[in-house]
Design a protein around this ligand. Structure first.
Ligand SMILES: CC(C)(COP(=O)(O)OP(=O)(O)OC[C@H]1O[C@@H](n2cnc3c(N)ncnc32)[C@H](O)[C@@H]1OP(=O)(O)O)[C@@H](O)C(=O)NCCC(=O)NCCS
Length: 169
């Protein structure tokens, strides 16, 4: 199984915020944005793994700015690291309003996807080769974030989280 770069599965998706996507304040609904993020992450995970893939967790999704009706939202999804069957995917949502002269980062999150084989069991995914400086930083941090989310979901004992412990030394 050949290792792959993040550029090979980079997924960029743009959406226009229409009335059906908004809340009573005329801002984008949080759930709608999460849906678009999940779709972009799913496409990215399938491109990296070459297999059907499922969302298994989403970390710290905060809403920094209001996104007005008429804005465009561009979602960028990039694999930061692949483990055995799981892949961490960094999502950034960029918003531009009407004239599109400037865009701002409105949301960021890490999604974890698991690739599944024909029987629906977790399947081995290709390794990720980080290339740019930013990709190398995200790759390094991915093991700590993985350990933290596995502890929080009750799948790992805090005592076993070696990389996470290192940052408190
Ligand atoms: C994805 C699924 C098949 C994995 O099954 P499982 O019994 O947890 O399998 P495992 O324990 O072997 O874990 C598989 C991988 O998921 C990772 N994982 C499991 N739970 C996780 C969590 N909460 N956060 C991050 N990673 C997690 C494991 O670390 C493992 O990664 P690795 O193979 O890279 O080491 C199962 O959890 C599932 O079906 N979940 C529902 C997914 C779904 O329906 N998603 C749509 C959202 S509604």
């Amino acid at each position: 199984m050949n290792a792959r770069t993040a550029a090979e599965s980079l997924t960029i998706m743009s959406e226009l915020v229409l009335p059906g996507h908004t809340n009573p304040f005329d801002n984008l609904l949080g759930g709608q944005l999460m849906y678009w993020m999940d779709i972009a992450a799913a496409i990215c995970a399938v491109r990296h793994s070459g297999m059907p893939s499922m969302t298994v967790s989403v970390d710290n999704l905060s809403f920094k700015t209001q996104v007005k009706r008429g804005s465009t939202v561009t979602i960028e999804a990039k694999v930061t690291r692949a483990f055995t069957s799981s892949m961490e995917i960094h999502i950034q949502a960029w918003t531009a309003y009407l004239d599109h002269t400037a865009r701002e980062l409105s949301n960021e999150a890490y999604f974890t996807f698991v690739a599944l084989d024909a029987e629906g069991k977790p399947a081995k995914v290709p390794e990720l080769i980080p290339e740019t400086e930013q990709e190398k930083i995200l790759y390094q941090g991915a093991m700590r974030r993985r350990q933290l989310r596995l502890i929080l979901s009750g799948k790992m004992k805090a005592d076993d989280a070696q990389e996470l412990k290192e940052i408190f030394k």
